[in-house]
Design a protein around this ligand. Structure first.
Ligand SMILES: NC(=O)c1ccc[n+]([C@@H]2O[C@H](COP(=O)([O-])OP(=O)(O)OC[C@H]3O[C@@H](n4cnc5c(N)ncnc54)[C@H](O)[C@@H]3O)[C@@H](O)[C@H]2O)c1
Ligand SMILES: O=C(O)CC[C@@H](O)C(=O)O
Length: 643
């Protein structure tokens, strides 16, 4: 399934009649250079294989970028190549598996318009013809060099009478072809551009799906990251409903590199900004972005969303989503996904470590040792075995910590505003004060909802046992920091560990200010509860997968602000309709479908207070007018078609 953007996307006008397409073979039709691959096959087992293949590749590259004359490059490459006739079938099989992905995807286009496509290549007919034949391109539409062989089947060189073996060969070939009408050239090499330069083509498209050469891209009329883009621009039939290279991803706050890799592998354009952006900066950058990836720092406000003219989805590469205005995103048809448990274990391990470190007053002892002071004493140090751990917020992190803490011999108390499954021997407290009054160590794992602001203030701190310890690995605003600092300074609390702060520096270059700095037995960490290699890797796989699934199939499973729908895939065109949740929209959609005699294969609707999300699978045969009519249904927020 593919993707069509929202109704604001401008579709270009169709190009009629279809121009002649002159398509290069090596690194355009296929992902690789045929001669390089042949060298690799022919040199199997050769002691200098790598060296010779490297030399051949370098010569190919110089010929393609225009820094060496083509005939010189070809001659030198063939001289290095100990290839034989029997290597060619192996090469053909290899090349068949390396046809460019977007060409494979649009095979039906070639099958439908074989008369308009010519493969014009300085490569060799012996391997090109069988590869393109699979796409319905006949031998008389393949214009390429031919090898010469000796009696033993060894490749000795190329046919010098073939115009394509000469410098400017493609130009000579196009002159001979003498095509009437529009001619468009698609290729990755300088010699492809030269056809246009010689006035033998109306347009030159630099094809960069496999390789992007600066000198070639600089001279192109258009750059094509995929063949889909060419078809889209010229309004020609294509397999995808929208070229993926048009989907722009903006990643902030350094999510693991895997995230960018996955988005790129899908064909999206990815831009990354190290650190966060403030509201104004993000408002400037968000225009044209389809997918925004952030972590806990970036505030996605209503003002930012107002500027987000192409936004489809936001990925929170973390658990918390309180930094995003979820309702405003939803009202604009922007789905938000997070990683609800990819870093849970990392936070649990940090909390356990902090409990032990604080119980042994390590934050005081370690700096003393670094300063050369030997302070051996048991004063104020205790085992955690048998101590009461009070967990506030018994969600994913709180409940996992409960199990781990019991395993090291702690007695667990917990308090949660929601009804939660009690694990092991944990004891539920009915109120927060009940927990605060009993616990030796209180650890906060509530979510970042606004109501939790100053959940722990002076009054709550006063309820805690003298000498008790407080941990905040949840969200900065949950604790009244000046009140905590006062409780520590007065000696009422025995220690604290704080990983999250009401204001956190935007980048590592910004300084950190807090009343908690310099207080005894206080562990301060820069919001790294979830910052482990394992967690970051998990998150960087989880979030892109959810987003790509949403884009490719409409599946909103685990979206934090959209009605959750998981759909079966079927042979159909899928209409995705997001609308304001007012009565009658579904009926209007179905009236449009009925009026256009469209056969519905399946329909799914889910609503929440604000929006309705309806997915309709329809027969693949329908009049384009129906799409226009559906876009015009009153209260539509976003509409797209997948096929
Ligand atoms: N420090 C870090 O790097 C880091 C890493 C991951 C998560 N977090 C934060 O940890 C917190 C917990 O994450 P989670 O995955 O366990 O979330 P969760 O949603 O699974 O659990 C939160 C629990 O808190 C409860 N709750 C909310 N308000 C409450 C209140 N006032 N009193 C008692 N219970 C309340 C909820 O009912 C829920 O059960 C979140 O704030 C998250 O953003 C921080
Ligand atoms: O890594 C982050 O920026 C946030 C980590 C954590 O607070 C979360 O919400 O998952």
């Amino acid at each position: 399934m593919g993707f069509v953007p929202d109704i604001t996307a401008a579709m270009p006008q169709p190009t009629t009649p279809l121009p002649y397409l002159i398509i290069d073979f090596d690194s355009t039709f296929t992902q690789v250079e045929g001669l390089d691959e042949l060298a690799d096959i022919a040199l199997q087992g050769h002691p200098d294989r790598e060296k010779v293949v490297g030399e051949i590749r370098a010569l190919t590259d110089r010929g393609m970028s225009g820094s060496l004359s083509f005939s010189e490059s070809l001659q030198q490459r063939l001289a290095l190549l100990p290839a034989r006739r029997e290597h060619l079938p192996v090469l053909v099989e290899q090349l068949k598996g390396k046809v460019s992905e977007s060409i494979v995807r649009n095979r039906s286009f070639f099958e439908r318009f074989p008369g308009r496509v010519y493969i014009v290549s300085s490569g060799f007919r012996e391997f090109i013809e069988p590869v393109v034949a699979d796409f319905g391109i006949q031998a008389d539409h393949v214009l390429a060099n031919t090898f010469t062989f000796d009696q033993d089947g060894r490749i000795t060189g190329f046919d010098p009478d073939n115009v394509l073996s000469r410098d400017g060969g493609k130009i000579l070939q196009l002159r001979e072809l003498d095509l009437s009408g529009d001619v468009y050239v698609l290729g990755d090499g300088y010699t492809d551009y030269q056809i246009r330069e010689a006035g033998l083509a109306n347009r030159f498209y630099a094809f960069t799906e496999n390789i992007s050469r600066e000198a070639v891209v600089a001279r192109a009329d258009e750059v094509l990251p995929s063949f889909d883009e060419f078809l889209y621009q010229n309004k020609l039939p294509m397999t995808l409903s929208y070229p993926k290279n048009r989907i722009k991803v903006l990643l902030l706050e350094n999510p693991d590199v895997r995230a960018a890799e996955l988005f790129r592998a899908e064909g999206y354009q990815v831009d990354s900004v190290p650190g966060g952006l403030d509201e104004e900066e993000l408002m400037e950058r968000i225009e044209g972005v389809s997918i925004l990836g952030i972590r806990s720092k970036t505030q996605v406000t209503q003002r930012v969303l107002d500027k987000a003219n192409r936004l489809i989805a936001i990925g929170a590469f973390c658990i918390g989503t309180n930094q995003i205005d979820l309702t405003e995103a939803m009202k604009r048809g922007v789905a938000v996904f997070n990683a609800p448990f990819s870093n849970t274990r990392s936070v649990v391990e940090l909390a356990l470590g902090e409990i032990i470190m604080l119980a042994r007053r390590i934050p005081e002892k370690s700096p003393k040792m670094h300063a050369g002071e030997w302070d051996k004493s048991a004063k104020g140090s205790f085992e955690i075995r048998g101590k009461k751990l009070g967990i506030v917020g018994y969600g994913n992190i709180g409940s996992q910590l409960s199990v781990v803490a019991e395993a090291v011999g702690m007695q667990v108390l917990y308090y949660d505003v929601a009804e939660k499954l009690q694990l092991g021997n944990a004891v539920r407290c009915r109120t927060l004060p009940e927990l605060l009054q009993q616990a030796d160590i209180v650890t906060l794992h509530v979510d970042g909802r606004k109501d939790n602001t100053n959940l722990i203030g002076a009054a709550e701190l006063a309820m805690m046992k003298p000498g008790a310890i407080l941990l905040n690995n949840a969200r900065g605003h949950v604790v009244d920091v000046p009140a905590l600092a006062a409780a520590l300074r007065s000696g009422h609390l025995g220690g604290a560990a704080v990983d999250v702060f009401p204001y956190e520096p935007k980048t590592n270059d910004e300084g950190f200010e807090s009343e908690l700095r310099g207080l005894p037995n206080v562990l301060l960490t820069p919001h790294i509860g979830g910052s482990t290699a394992e967690a970051q890797r998990n998150i960087a796989e989880f979030v892109p997968e959810r987003i790509m699934q949403y884009i490719n199939t409409g599946n909103t499973q685990q979206s934090v602000n959209f009605p959750n729908i998981q759909l079966p895939t079927q042979q159909a065109h899928r209409l995705i309709h997001i609308h304001a949740n007012v009565p009658g929209v579904l009926a209007r959609i179905n009236n449009v479908l009925a009026a256009h005699h469209v056969n519905i294969l399946g329909q799914y609707l889910k609503t929440n207070e604000q929006i309705g999300y309806v997915i309709t699978d329809i027969n693949q045969e329908y009049d384009q007018e129906v799409i226009k009519a559906l876009r015009e249904v009153e209260h539509t927020i976003k509409f797209r078609v997948l096929y």
